[in-house]
Structure formats: structure tokens, C-alpha cells
Design a protein around this ligand. Structure first.
Ligand code: GAL
Length: 471
């Protein structure tokens, strides 16, 4: 345990305790606040999706993983589903745009699927390319700002087979891909997200082994995390040199960001070890990526196994905004596992249907923390698995309230994207979770989309922001 981690842990404990004046998150306060009135002019209010989770019919490293099992026979996907047709958004994009209009949203975050655009090394599928271009044009024509993610967890099989993110050659291939996507969509797109959640991919894919490629190897995890950070820097350079068109006329042709998954790590007790382990976890999971982006230098350490430091050319200054994906808080107790910690939600806390704690105040705390970055912030994801749909209205209200409180406290937050527009394929959880503002009836051949009660809450926020939802 380094003295730095101890100090950080103690700092966090202080933050979680007394000290500064914090807004009240009592439900009466949240419900009484005029939803969306505290958001700044030009704020992007929308929903978020990712290619593999909605398009349907993708063949990539995930599709393969879905069909296979762990050595003991347990299927990789908890509910035994495969993504298959997903929500068929590849063919139903126009329907989805109508949903966005119904929400009154003025922005949409989606990702392009590398395996569709470049199905074999160096090839380029012009039909798929034309389709993505039509989408970007359709969104712009409807007054919806596209925010395009280049990489959201799925690799073409040819990339995965040649070592995926462990292989430095993947960085070259990804850099070329980024340049081509910028050429393709730059005329319509200004807001870009290079990589979604490098920390989640590294931990799930290479430490916990629950996502492809299913490794449990801390050194590989660190290599991959470093490569993803480097891939971001290289993609940012491509986006800035290839996309010179200011599509929305605000004076900026490219706004480059990365979507970073952040969580609150709450020491489970006042003991020095729990505080220190929560601090260590926070430092590794929340801070490694932003620290590298801030300084231009990757510095990763896992006591006893990893110590990786290197300067990355072009990393410093590679961001125009910082994207935060926020869902939940973990309570952390020290233990003897490889991560030194046991993360859990104590009994009696409010959770979503996957057991993740609902903690809107965490979004406020983390927005305030990352405001110190000195860059505009965008909430690139936030949402809950709510299978009844009844609890999402309050979730949405309380998290938008958190954004507004952070804005009132001086944070420069430019957008909020709800996860998700529609129920979709939730990775290792399959189709059981329901994160959509719109419910998808999977038993209907047309995969009918239906309003959940949170649609009305979203529309209220949109109207208060001066937007006009369609009836
Ligand atoms: C995020 C991920 C999304 C979505 C969401 C809810 O970590 O970026 O793709 O799956 O979690 O589970």
C-alpha cells in the first residue's frame, strides 16, 4: 500500500463524509426541482446505443463468444441468448429516429461497427459505409447531433484472431480505420468518441475473463489498457486531420472525446485497510485513464505484478471533451483476492434489477471531480436495468438533477446521453436486462418498440430545455 493510496483513500473518505456543502438528494427536493431548467443553452440531450447491441446480424469477436461456453460448460451469456437480430436497428434506423424525435432529443450517440466496414483486412464495404452516411445525414436533417463512437467493445474476427488489443499491429489497423471513418462521416459529424470504456474492457476481458477473449492475466490486462489509451491518441490525430468540416456551424469541425466508465468506491468501514483498498481501486479504475490523458504519460501499477510507464506521443491535448459513463457505486472491503478487494452492495440499499446500487449523488460527485480536468464534460452513458419500467422515471429525474447540481456548482457539462434508447443486447447478461427508454417486444417479429413511463420524464426535460418532442 503506497502512502499516496492511503492519502487518496483518506481523501475519498473525507469527501464521502462531512466537509463541503453538498446539495440534498432527498426525493422531495429532487421531485420539486424543475427538470432540465438548470441545463445550459446548447446542451446535448439524447440517448446512447452501440452497434453490436442494436444493429443485428454482426459477425465479430463477440458473436463468436456468445455461441461458446466456459471450460466447465457454463454458457458465456447468462441467459443463453446470442445477440442475433438484436433490435434490427440496421434495418429499422428510421423507426429509431422517430423514437428520438418523440423524446425531443437533440443528439444521439451510436457506434460504427468495424467488422461491417472492414470485414477483411484492408477491404471496405461500400454498402455499409453508405448506410452509416445516410444515418448521419438523416440525424442532421432532423436536428439531431450525431456523436459517433469508433470502438465500442467489438473487434472484427480477423483483428481478434491476430491477437486483438494485445497486438501492437491492431493500433495501426485501428488508426487507419479511424481515418477512413473520418473521411466517410466527417461531413456530417463533429462529435467523436474514440473508445468506449477502456478500463471495463481491460478488466472484464483480461482480468476477470468474463468477456472475450476470456483471459485472466493481469499483465495482459495492463498491456491492453495501455494499447487502448494509445489507440485513442492515434485515432484522435486521424479524426483531427481527416475531419475538417464544421458540420453544425459552431466553429469546430471536430470534438474528440473518450467515454470513461467511472464508479464511486465507498470504503465499507472506517478501517484503514478498507479505506486504503477503496483508494487503490479508485486510483486504478477511475484515475489511470484520465491521468494518462492529462499528462500524456501512461502509468499503471498493480502491486506485485504490473509496473508499466510510458510517454505516448500526441496523448496530451488529445481530448476536446471528457465523456463519463456513470451507473453505480461499489462498497469496498479489503480481501485476499487478486484485486485485494471485495465489492458489493450492502443489504437494504436501493438497486437496479442487476443489483447495481442506485446512487445519483455519485454522478454529482464525479462530475465535480472531473470538472477539475478543465475540459467540457459529457455524460456519455447513464441508465438502469428496470424490467418493470416503473422506476426509471425517478432514476432519470434524479440523475439529471445531479447533472444540474454539478452545473450549478460550476462544472462545464455539455451533454447527457441516457443508456439506452431501446432495450438491447447487454453483453454477458444477454437480453434479460432492460435499459431502454423504449421497451422492445422480443416476441413480436417486428421487434415492436413501446414507450416506457420514462419517455414522459425525458420529454419534460426536453421541453424545459426548449426542445420540441413530437406528439
Ligand atoms: C456500459 C456499456 C454499454 C452498456 C451499459 C449497461 O458499460 O458501455 O454498452 O452495456 O454498460 O450495461
Amino acid at each position: 500500500m503506497s502512502p499516496r493510496s492511503l492519502v487518496l483513500g483518506l481523501g475519498l473518505a473525507l469527501l464521502a463524509g462531512c466537509g463541503e456543502q453538498r446539495p440534498s438528494f432527498e426525493p422531495e427536493k429532487v421531485n420539486a426541482a424543475p427538470l432540465g431548467k438548470g441545463l445550459p443553452r446548447g446542451f446535448l440531450l439524447g440517448a446512447s446505443t452501440a452497434s453490436h447491441q442494436v444493429e443485428g446480424g454482426n459477425e465479430n469477436d463477440w458473436a463468436r463468444w456468445e455461441r461458446a461456453s466456459f471450460p466447465d460448460g457454463t454458457p458465456h451469456i447468462h441467459d443463453r441468448s446470442v445477440s442475433g437480430p438484436a433490435t434490427d436497428s440496421w434495418n429499422r434506423f428510421d423507426e429509431d429516429v422517430k423514437l428520438m424525435k418523440r423524446l425531443g432529443s437533440n443528439a444521439y450517440r451510436f457506434s460504427v461497427e468495424w467488422s461491417r466496414l472492414e470485414p477483411t483486412p484492408g477491404a471496405w464495404d461500400s454498402e455499409a459505409a453508405a448506410r452509416y452516411r445516410q444515418w448521419a445525414q438523416a440525424l442532421r436533417a432532423q436536428g439531431i447531433e450525431p456523436l459517433v463512437t469508433l470502438y465500442h467493445f467489438t473487434l472484427p474476427t480477423w483483428v481478434a484472431e491476430s491477437g486483438g488489443w494485445e497486438n501492437p499491429a491492431t493500433l495501426d489497423a485501428f488508426e487507419r480505420f479511424a481515418g477512413r471513418v473520418a473521411d466517410l462521416l466527417g461531413g456530417e459529424v463533429d462529435w467523436w468518441c474514440t473508445i468506449n470504456e477502456p478500463n471495463v474492457l481491460a478488466v472484464f476481458g483480461y482480468m476477470d475473463g468474463v468477456w472475450p477473449p476470456g483471459k485472466k492475466d493481469t499483465k495482459a490486462m495492463a498491456t491492453v489498457l495501455a494499447h487502448l489509451i494509445e489507440a485513442h491518441a492515434r485515432a484522435a490525430r486521424q479524426l483531427r486531420t481527416h475531419d475538417l468540416v464544421d458540420a453544425d456551424g459552431d466553429g469546430k469541425a471536430t470534438l474528440v472525446g473518450l467515454a470513461h466508465h467511472v464508479r464511486v468506491f465507498q470504503p465499507a468501514s472506517g478501517s484503514t485497510t478498507d479505506i486504503a483498498v477503496a483508494g487503490l481501486t479508485d486510483e486504478f479504475f477511475n484515475e489511470s485513464v484520465p491521468n494518462a490523458l492529462r499528462t500524456g504519460r501512461i502509468s499503471l501499477s498493480v502491486p506485485g505484478s504490473v509496473s508499466l510507464r510510458r510517454e505516448v506521443p500526441g496523448l496530451k491535448g488529445s481530448l476536446d471533451y471528457f465523456g463519463l459513463n456513470y451507473y453505480s457505486r461499489d462498497h469496498v472491503r479489503q480481501d485476499a483476492s487478486p484485486s485485494f478487494s471485495h465489492k458489493y452492495v450492502p443489504a437494504g440499499y436501493d438497486t437496479n434489477d442487476l443489483g447495481w446500487e442506485l446512487y445519483p449523488e455519485g454522478l454529482y460527485l464525479l462530475l465535480k471531480r472531473y470538472a477539475a480536468f478543465g475540459l467540457p464534460l459529457v455524460v456519455t452513458e447513464n441508465g438502469m436495468d428496470d424490467r418493470s419500467g416503473e422506476r426509471r422515471p425517478y432514476y432519470l429525474r434524479s440523475h439529471l438533477y445531479a447533472v444540474e447540481q454539478a452545473v450549478a456548482a460550476g462544472a462545464d457539462v455539455r451533454g447527457y446521453f441516457h443508456w439506452s434508447l431501446i432495450d438491447n443486447f447487454e453483453w454477458a447478461e444477454g437480453y434479460a436486462p432492460r435499459f431502454g427508454l423504449f421497451r422492445v417486444d422480443r416476441s413480436s417479429p417486428e421487434l415492436v418498440r413501446q414507450d416506457t413511463p420514462a419517455v414522459e420524464t425525458f420529454r419534460e426535460a426536453a421541453r424545459n430545455l426548449g426542445l420540441t418532442p413530437t406528439p
